[in-house]
Design a protein around this ligand. Sequence first.
Ligand code: UDP
Ligand code: MN
Length: 351
Amino acid sequence: MSDMKLGRPTVKVCLLLSAVLGAMATLYYVFEQKRTVPVPTLAYKWECLDILRRTERMHPLLVEDHLKYAQPSITNGRQDIVAVTPWLAPIVWEGTFDSSLMDSIYKPQNITISTTVFAVGKYIRFLRDFLVTAEQHFFVGYRVNYYVFTDKPEDVPTVSMANDRKLNVVLVPSSKRWQEISARRMKLIQTLIEEKLLNNVDYIFCLDVDSKFHGHWGAETLGHLVAVIHPGYYSGDRSLFTYERRSTSRAFIAEGEGDFYYCGGAFGGSLKGVHTLASTCQDNFEADAAVGIEAAWQEESHLNRYMWINKPTKVLSPEYLWQDFKSKTPELKIIRFSGVVKNYAEIRPNA
Ligand code: UDP
Ligand code: MN
């Protein structure tokens, strides 16, 4: 009896002490966790996204069982064009891919394609045709989110769109210099990816608004970093390319260097591929501006420099950005997307 009487307070003290110690340990653990868990940086988010994608799609080119399609050949094909770069990236021309086969690979992946288009100042007038024709030809049957950057949101046309395709309007300031509008695009694309797209799109294309679709543009264009060959410079010698030639510029490409001349009016890729491109071009553009340099063709010059060092994983032939004023050449079997004829003096804020 006396032992028990003596024992009770001791047990109580012990219980109290262990409760206090337990609470302190829990609190310490919680605070320590908070202190050491890193704030998710952009690089960290990319890493998570990459892991997710890799596990989701262990085999990215999976097709359905017993699908029937034309037999592929490695000896018979188009003789008039080159369909692969010296770094073994495909160059996409009509006749080099099977569209229904591409769809059977990519449609089940349930991908989303974002598309940026700038319509600042008078360029808003091109938006309706761009959107109407995109609905007819651009990734038909896929989920597409258009992002229209404009200073005239009230003039954005209403265009009827298929299910799963949406238009988003992003307000941007007007400008008195077209060079500035053009140059600002990279920064805005970078910000859009960081702030809005990170968790919900797979691919992104950045396209000029003064253009229309005339033919199929689909899954054959998907890749990590996708560049389009400029229709004005695809058969000439590279000494004729309008690269930035001043060594003081970050866009510099010397004589005897470079692969192709790519256009600034259409490019794309994975979210990460385009984010790295846009942020690098933007950094280089700013570094140039700090020493008073504006590259010969603004962001197109920076894009060309970037694509020379970071080789595109897929190259699109000039079928993917032709110019209406150019007559069709024999190797061009189809025009998919083409720049309309415009009066520069009338349409640009400064001609
Ligand atoms: N742009 C714009 N407003 C302007 C100038 C340019 O919205 O006043 C955008 C528009 O998307 C356009 C792109 O920048 O398609 C590139 O400019 P532009 O088409 O004039 O260049 P080009 O294709 O003639 O080299
Ligand atoms: Mn254009």
